[in-house]
Design a protein around this ligand. Sequence first.
Ligand code: KG4
Ligand code: ZN
Length: 336
Amino acid sequence: MIILGIETSCDETGVALYDNKVGLLSNQIYSQAQLHSCYGGVVPELASRDHISKIIPLIRSVIKQASLQLNQIDGIAYTSGPGLVGSLLVGATISQTLAFALKIPAIPIHHMEAHMLIAMLDNNEIKFPFLALLVSGGHTQLVYAKQLGQYKILGESIDDAVGEAFDKVARMLGLEYPGGAMLSNLAKLGNSKRFLFPRPMIKFGLNFSFSGLKTFASNIIRNNINNKQTFCDIARAFEDAVVDTLIIKCERALVQTGLRRLIIAGGVSANYTLRQKMSIMMDKRKEQIFFPRLEFCTDNGAMIAYTGYLRFSNIIQNPLSINVNPKWSLMDISKL
Ligand code: KG4
Ligand code: ZN
């Protein structure tokens, strides 16, 4: 079975082809990061317009790379939420239209489910149930994954998502949007003893709060002589605070649920310190931890194509409606 996957939930146009017998045939991405960087964040209207101009050439390009014909595709999976409504509509429209023309199913996919399940592409040891920590630019969630399509959100951020906090602190340090990965590079050169950031909301519960760390960072920037080393030290202290907080909450969720497998996914799961420290924590607990391949941590079409394959058989579809769900919750997924 060959599935075409289309991701347009935010500012990356991602298209991929997955064949369940062979694996990933092609995975291409066009990032709009440069388009939005001068605004310090994604401008929704610009994002949807850019998806419109990039999506068809990208579809043609993956088909060419895989040496396929359109009529060899068995289904088209597309992100139908959560995300920016205009961007989602571009992917949904092209997918539903192409599927209708080719007389094949169009499969609406939940973006966060895809982030989580792509970890399974390289790790066939992953079995349900498991705990998932989803950390991206828009979400920070602890999820009890009971089985495919059955998810319970155990905790989430009450304000900024982790990736959002990374990007905002990065901006204060003069880095371009999205600055999460660049902040992490500065942190590698930082002195972990110079500043101590708070670990927010760690005493109880499974919810998170990251917005206070921005204020903390801006106060430190205001009260210090700002040179390269100070910025590296701030980046180090910020990253340590975030990672420690995520570890404390994950451990608590593992204890509370009795789950022994942890998947960490979403853009921030590319973070080196997070991967290292979480792995050490899970090693000590003698429990299993899994991450997606680095290139599949941030938004991509492969995760949509692969999840489309997993979900192919339980889709009830209405070929003439083009629906997106910008606020779609993981807990409402089984109502597909
Ligand atoms: O999953 P994703 O590509 O998009 C959303 O669904 O939001 O996540 C993007 C987020 C951005 O905030 C980006 O700065 C962050 O992931 N990110 C990182 C790293 N790589 C990407 N944050 C910290 N360290 C990284 N290495
Ligand atoms: Zn994402």
